[in-house]
Design a protein around this ligand. Structure first.
Ligand code: COA
Length: 331
C-alpha cells in the first residue's frame, strides 16, 4: 500500500516514551550465554537494553508514555476517540491492552484495539489512525507502540537474546492548520514470515511450539537492509521529495549495522539519523516512538522539519511515513 496524504492536515501534537529502570548490559548478558560485549558491539552496536520488572506488563510501560503524550498535546483521556496499541506482547490476548489503557486514561468514547504487525506495528497504527482521522471517523487518536520482548525471548539463545529490549512510546494525532503527514507506504511478505516467528503463540498447533522468538538472523538482515531503503525511496518518490529534503531520519532501531547500511544507500548525512539502539536494543513496536522521543529531547523535531520514519519486522512487514513536523517538542 502506498498513498500520498490528500486529506485535511493531520499531525503529531503529543509524544511520550517510557523504558523500565532495569538496565541489562552486554557484560551481564555474557554471564548468561556464550557471548561478549565485543561481539555484540561489533555485530549490532547495542551496548545495553532495558528489561521490564516481573510485575510490569505492557500497559504499565505504555501508560506513562501515553500520559506524557496527552500532556504534551494539552488534552486528556476523555478527548481521545481512537486508541490503537501496536504490540506483539499485550498484557494478554483479551481484554486488549488498548481497552485496558482506554479505561485507565478515561477515554470512554474511544474505539480501542490492538494491532499486530511485528516491529512495524507502530507504522501500521500511525497510518490507520491517520486514515480514520481524515475519513472523519475520529477526531483525536492516541497511537501507542510498545513491547516487552524479554517475555518471549529464549534466554538460552544467544543469537536473539542480545538483540532485544523493552520499551514503549505514544503519540497523539489530530488535525492541524497545515503540514503534518505527507504519505505512507506499508507492505508485507508472509513468504518470509518463518525467518522471524513465534511458533505456538496462536491457533496453529506445533509439536515443539514453545512460544519463544526464533529467527534466521542473516535472512532478516538481508530483508531489513533491502526494505529500509526500498520503502523510504518509494514514499519519497510518491510525495515528490528527495533525501536532501529529509531533515530527520528515524529508522527502526534493530541493529546499528542495518541502520548504517540504509543510511549509506539512501545517502542520508549521518547527523540527520536518529540512533538509540546502543542504549535500548530493538524494542519492537516501541522502537520508532522511542527514537522520536529521543530526537525531540535533543531538540531535533522543530516545526517545518521533514521527518522520514521507516520500520520493518516480523511478518515480514515494513512501513514508512513522511511528516512535516508541526510542533516544537522537548521531552
Ligand atoms: C543476528 C545478527 C546480529 C548476527 O550477525 P551475523 O554477522 O549475521 O552473524 P551470524 O548469524 O552469521 O553468526 C556468526 C557467528 O556468530 C555466532 N553468534 C550468534 N550470536 C552470537 C552472540 N550473541 N555472541 C557470540 N556469537 C554469536 C553464531 O553462532 C555464528 O557462529 P558460527 O559461525 O560458529 O556458526 C545479524 O544477523 C542481524 O542483526 N540480523 C537481523 C536481526 C534483526 O534485526 N531482527 C529483528 C528485526 S525486527
Amino acid at each position: 500500500m502506498i498513498g500520498k496524504a490528500e486529506g485535511p492536515p493531520i499531525s503529531i501534537t503529543g509524544l511520550g516514551a517510557y523504558v523500565p529502570d532495569r538496565v541489562l548490559t552486554n557484560a551481564e548478558l555474557s554471564t548468561l550465554v556464550d557471548t561478549s560485549d565485543e561481539w555484540i558491539m561489533e555485530r549490532t552496536g547495542i551496548r545495553e537494553r532495558r528489561i521490564a520488572a516481573p510485575e510490569q506488563a505492557l500497559t504499565d510501560l505504555a501508560l506513562p508514555a501515553a500520559q506524557a503524550a496527552l500532556a504534551q498535546a494539552g488534552v486528556e483521556g476523555k478527548d481521545i476517540d481512537l486508541l490503537l496499541c501496536a504490540t506483539v506482547t499485550p498484557d494478554m490476548m483479551f481484554p486488549t491492552s488498548s481497552a485496558l489503557l482506554a479505561d485507565t486514561l478515561g477515554a470512554r468514547d474511544a474505539a480501542a484495539y490492538d494491532l499486530l504487525a511485528g516491529c512495524t506495528g507502530f507504522m501500521y497504527a500511525l497510518a490507520q489512525a491517520y486514515g480514520m482521522l481524515v475519513g472523519g471517523l475520529a477526531k483525536r487518536a492516541l497511537v501507542v507502540g510498545g513491547d516487552i520482548l524479554s517475555r518471549i525471548l529464549d534466554w538460552d539463545d544467544r543469537s536473539t537474546l542480545v538483540l532485544f529490549g523493552d520499551g514503549a512510546g505514544a503519540v497523539v494525532l489530530e488535525a492541524v492548520p497545515e503540514q503534518g503527514f505527507l504519505g505512507f507506504e506499508l507492505g508485507a511478505d508472509g513468504a518470509g514470515g518463518a525467518n522471524l516467528w513465534l511458533p505456538g503463540s496462536g491457533s496453529r498447533i506445533f509439536d515443539d511450539g514453545d512460544r519463544l522468538v526464533k529467527m534466521n538472523g542473516p535472512e532478516v538482515f538481508k530483508f531489513a537492509t533491502r526494505v529500509l531503503v526500498s520503502s523510504a525511496e518509494a514514499i519519497m518518490e510518491r510525495c515528490g521529495v528527495t533525501i536532501d529534503d529529509v531533515d530527520v531520519y528515524v529508522p527502526h532501531q534493530a541493529n546499528k549495522r542495518i541502520i548504517d547500511h540504509a543510511t549509506r544507500k539512501l545517502g542520508v548525512p549521518s547527523d540527520r539519523v536518529v540512533i538509540n539502539v546502543d542504549r535500548y536494543g530493538n524494542t519492537s513496536s516501541g522502537s520508532i516512538p522511542l527514537a522520536l522521543a529521543d530526537a525531540a529531547a535533543e531538540g531535533r523535531l522543530k516545526p517545518g522539519k521533514l521527518v522520514l520514519m521507516t520500520g520493518m519486522g516480523a511478518g515480514l512487514t515494513w512501513g514508512s511515513a513522511l511528516i512535516r513536523w508541526t510542533k516544537e517538542m522537548a521531552r
